[in-house]
Each structure stands twice: as structure tokens, then as C-alpha cells.
Design a protein around this ligand. Structure first.
Ligand SMILES: *Cc1c(COP(=O)(O)O)cnc(C)c1O
Length: 387
């Protein structure tokens, strides 16, 4: 089915390789939804909610319309509002911060440590004030933040913890599942995530009955019973069709995660073998974590990242920069007035990171081609310096 000639490119992600082999299962699931006539919530959504809650070893899974909504709903359930501060990394997807801002709260950004791209714990603790209400660790690229320490800090200061686990379904910290450690976990089923829908979807997890009930209410316009509104919620529904797709894919997720993990191990080996580790840094696994490799992100120092990326693009090798502009430097947050250089590690990472293909269906031969192209880029660089 796939070409393996040397000139062929390598896509950053190829969802068809995930979906084609399960086409029949997906067709059956869709027919089931069509025949049921239940298109919003219903048994498919409930099954997915139960599965994700069980996976996270918590008592509640609450489906919603997206990962961004999950973050927003989580903060709504914690009553975050004007005057409240929420601590989070700036090196994340925008939605982590916008959830705080949307509710009138103040996002307080903390610099990362450079090895795992996680919040620097000393800086995190130093950022706590009397107005701090919550901490939002982000399990970036599929690896958990330092949840043991973060939970200790949170307990010490009486703060809630909302995990942004959008990229980390199946990840673990000391055997605890991502999304099941803090007060609330937030997942995304955006198509590029490890468990991807055919559109948008999200999930909240919590072990707190009160919060679970509140989240259920909030995602459905605060309505209970029908047309009686107890509070002002939002409309954030998970479609039965998306849930049906996700229920099919759920049965394949652990196999896909294993494939991502072995692809990562193979890259480590190939990059070392190609003698490239003096030039680029490979992603580092925290020994306490089970990494699920939503992204395999190398660091390319010395201002060469964009050149390497262009070189790979000429060879049709897909890459992406997650994320080129730290959230605190975004135009919409200019009013927060963070001075340049305040978050050196975040800014340095934004200039050096490069995600290369890691999706489950990636072949060994394609991985060799990616590493081979990096190798020839550096061979050319050295030749240019020598000339
Ligand atoms: C994808 C993502 C989100 C948002 O999820 P959507 O489903 O796209 O709204 C939030 N945080 C992080 C870290 C993400 O990667």
C-alpha cells in the first residue's frame, strides 16, 4: 500500500494508516448510531465516559465538545473568576491559558525547565500569592509533569490542580494515570491526539462527586431537569458519532501507544548511530513517567532549527513547531506586559523545538529516511563551514 522509494517523503502524521485497517469496525459503529437515532450524548457517550474514568481510576468521566472546553469547564467548576490567579506554563497550547482569561481570571505564567519542558517547580512555588486558586500542569508531548511534587505544593497551599492531559492519554506518573492525579483531568480528542476523533471532542475526569455533578450540569447549559436552569453553563456536547468512533479506536489505543513508544526508542537509536547527538538534543524521558509520545520533539540549537526544517520540507518530510510563540508573548496577552527575557527557557525552547513524525503507522524505513536527511543536513553544514 505504501511506497518506499528513497525520494518519497514522510508525513508528520497520516491518520489514514490508523483508520483504514479498522474501516469495517468504524462503519458498523456509525450504522449503530444512525439506527439508534441518538445523536447527542446517549449510550456511546456514556460508554466512553465509563471507559476513560475507569482508565484514569476515577469515579467520573464527563464528555464535552473539545479539549479547550474541558479546560474551561474545569475552571468553571472550580469557580475561577475575576481576582483569581491560575499558575500554568507559557510553553503550551493557547487553550490552557485562554480558559483562565475567558473567565476573567489571571493566567500567571511560569518558566519551564529545559529537559522535559515542564514548569520549573521553584518558580512555580514562588509564583503563588494569596490570589492563587489553581495550578494547571500540562503533560506536554505525552509526558506527565512532576505530579508528585505539584500535588504536594498544591496541598501545602490549598490549591486545586487541573491537569491539561490533552496530549497524554495513557501516560503515567509513578504508575498513576494522567488525568487521574489532580482534582480534574482534561482530555482532547482532536484528530492529531493519540486518541483522535473525526472532528472535535473532549473529556473531563474527576474523583470528586460534587465536581463531577457540577461539570455535568455546566456542560449542558446548567440545565436540570430539562428547561430548568440552575446556573449559567455552556453548550459543550459530545456527539454520539464521535463517541462511537472513539469507542472503536479505544480498543486499539494501547497497541498504537506501544508503536509510538517503540518508534521513539528507534529514533533514539538511529540518531545516536548517525552521530547527531552533538548537534541536536533528543527528547528526554523522565524515569518516573510513562511517555506516550504524542510528539517526538528534538531541540536544534545554534539558530539552525528553521534551516533544518526547510531542508526536511524540501524532501517532503513533515515537521511542526509546537509552539513557535510562547503564550505570554502572544499579541492578545500584550496587556499582561511580560518583559522580554523574563522566561528564558520558554523562549529558548520556542526557538529550538522541532517535532518529527512519530505516528503509530510510521515505518522503520521512514524513520531511517528522517534521520538520514538530518544527517545530510549537518554534513552539508560542516562542508560549508570548512569551505
Ligand atoms: C489540543 C490541546 C488542547 C485543546 O484541545 P482541543 O480539543 O483542540 O480544543 C489543549 N491543551 C493542549 C496542551 C493541547 O495539546
Amino acid at each position: 500500500m505504501f511506497h518506499h522509494d528513497d525520494d518519497a517523503g514522510v508525513p508528520l502524521i497520516d491518520v489514514a494508516r490508523e483508520n483504514d485497517p479498522i474501516q469495517h469496525e468504524l462503519d458498523t459503529a456509525w450504522s449503530r448510531v444512525r439506527e439508534s437515532g441518538r445523536f447527542v450524548f446517549g449510550p456511546e457517550v456514556e460508554l466512553l465516559e465509563e471507559r476513560i474514568a475507569e482508565h484514569c481510576r476515577v469515579s467520573h468521566g464527563i464528555g464535552c465538545a473539545s479539549g479547550s472546553d474541558a479546560l474551561l469547564l474545569a475552571l468553571m467548576a472550580l469557580d475561577i473568576g475575576p481576582g483569581d490567579e491560575v499558575i500554568l506554563p507559557s510553553f503550551t497550547f493557547f487553550a490552557t491559558a485562554s480558559a483562565v482569561w475567558r473567565l476573567g481570571g489571571m493566567p500567571v505564567f511560569v518558566d519551564i525547565e529545559p529537559v522535559h519542558f515542564q514548569m520549573d517547580l521553584e518558580k512555580l512555588e514562588a509564583a503563588i500569592t494569596r490570589s492563587t486558586k489553581a495550578i494547571m500542569p500540562v503533560h506536554l508531548f505525552g509526558q506527565c509533569g512532576e505530579m508528585g511534587e505539584i500535588m504536594k505544593i498544591a496541598h501545602r497551599h490549598g490549591l486545586a490542580v487541573v491537569e491539561d492531559a490533552a496530549q497524554a492519554i495513557g501516560a503515567e506518573y509513578n504508575g498513576h494515570r494522567a488525568g487521574g492525579i489532580g482534582d480534574i483531568g482534561c482530555f482532547s480528542f482532536y484528530p492529531t491526539k493519540n486518541l483522535g476523533a473525526f472532528g472535535d471532542g473532549g473529556m473531563l475526569t474527576t474523583n470528586d462527586d460534587k465536581i463531577g455533578q457540577r461539570l455535568r450540569l455546566l456542560r449542558g447549559h446548567g440545565m436540570a431537569p430539562r428547561y430548568y436552569h440552575r446556573e449559567v453553563g455552556i453548550n459543550s456536547r459530545l456527539d454520539a458519532l464521535q463517541a462511537a468512533v472513539l469507542n472503536v479506536k479505544w480498543n486499539h489505543l494501547s497497541g498504537w501507544t506501544d508503536a509510538r513508544r517503540s518508534n521513539a526508542g528507534r529514533y533514539d537509536h538511529l540518531f545516536r548511530e548517525a552521530d547527531l547527538t552533538d548537534w541536536i538534543s533528543l527528547p528526554s524521558q523522565d524515569s518516573r513517567c510513562r511517555h506516550v509520545w504524542n510528539q517526538y520533539v528534538i531541540r536544534v540549537p545554534d539558530g539552525r532549527r528553521d534551516d533544518l526544517r526547510a531542508y526536511l520540507a524540501e524532501r517532503n518530510i513533515g515537521t511542526e513547531i509546537y509552539y513557535p510563540v510562547p503564550v505570554h508573548r502572544q499579541d492578545c496577552f500584550a496587556a499582561l506586559d511580560y518583559p522580554a527575557g523574563q522566561m528564558p527557557e520558554t523562549e529558548r525552547a520556542a526557538g529550538e523545538v522541532l517535532a518529527i513524525p512519530i505516528f503509530p503507522g510510521l515505518t522503520v524505513e521512514e524513520q531511517s529516511r528522517v534521520v538520514g536527511a538530518c544527517r545530510s543536513f549537518y554534513t552539508n553544514q560542516r562542508a560549508a563551514v570548512a569551505a
